[in-house]
Ligand binder design. Sequence first.
Ligand code: APR
Ligand code: PHB
Length: 394
Amino acid sequence: MKTQVAIIGAGPSGLLLGQLLHKSGIDAIILERQTGEHVLGRIRAGVLEQVTTDLLDEVGVNQRMHQEGLVHGGFDMLFKGERHRIDLRRLTGGKNVMVYGQTDVTRDLMDARRAAGLTTIYQAGHVTVHDFDSARPRVRYQQDGLTHEIECDFIAGCDGFHGVCRASVPRGAIREFEKIYPFGWLGILSDTPPVHHELVYANSQRGFALCSQRSSTRSRYYLQVPLTDRAEDWSDEAFWQELRLRLDPQASASLVTGPSIEKSVAPLRSFVTEPMRFGRMFLAGDAAHIVPPTGAKGLNLAASDVKFLSSALIEFYQDKTEAGIDAYSGRCLRRVWRAERFSWWFTGLMHRFPENGDIGQKFQEAELDYLVNSEAGSLSVAENYVGLPLNFGE
Ligand code: APR
Ligand code: PHB
């Protein structure tokens, strides 16, 4: 088999890259280790920056998002038992975020790919990448007991944090930066109306909580929990009780509870790989970087990576220049580090760090008091939350 770009991984990064390349007539095959149903079974954050919705508009995978997505012009920060609104729309001169689940984005991209008759090979076993330091990279995989080989011009490593692409780079050619946080997020999905029409990020002495949503009838809530806690340790009742204790009296009284339809604990990590290009192999999305979910930057960073990558590949094929390819890693990393910084800072501001003691809590409350009451402070939060422009600072 031959293709121009072999994409490893059919998560949001790989699927969006596939659509962007297809629109410019560049041929790509996607190899995915799991089944499509398995990929859709992962529940992740659901806040899209305008940069991301613009990209989904560009590839025409936007109908359901505009019908069912919820446009939010602000969110609440809760501390010392009181909520304060960050007016994103006013502060940023009209920008919003779109609350639309990552699962839905992935499903829409899968449907569009299938409708366009493009090749995705699911359940591709033992994927290996070869010769990406030459002009003729190859990818091998196993299926039905046979080994298959794909010859390509480029490999796009969109295979997530545990993928094979980053792991195939010689150790001396790569640098990794990592911070692991001493707690996790216990998340619940429930068919109950959201406690508030916008998101609520809560700093409480009992730990962080987040009230999010998927629709007017489906809620997503999170609690900061010790890393040792497992989802099965938490009954639904215990979850709702703890959530009430971390919210303000009004939210706590009006919270509608019900059975969970999903419950899981996710660890929090900041992680960046430098560089993001190795000869003719590129890393994009979670394969190259992870952010803690506070601020929901993960999917948005994946989207901007693949936008930079598709532009570089289109330039290569149409204008016969390698300039975009050479600039890929630097352009991505600049944006990645800005989002990493914001996610790390927002995590530090909102979570309970027992090792920092009561004075740590007081510092957080003083900073929150400053942020919500200062125009400059609120603007800094707002412009990072809605997402900095793709060419910011260039
Ligand atoms: N061979 C083929 N496919 C693989 C391999 C492999 N060896 N290893 C992993 N994959 C697949 C995974 O099964 C998964 O479907 O690659 C895909 C990677 O998808 P994601 O983990 O969703 O990563 P990405 O597409 O970069 O999406 C980034 O996901 O984790 C969130 O917050 C993050 O929202 C962001 C988004
Ligand atoms: C979510 O809805 O799952 C969500 C929203 C905002 C975040 C993280 C997760 O910051």
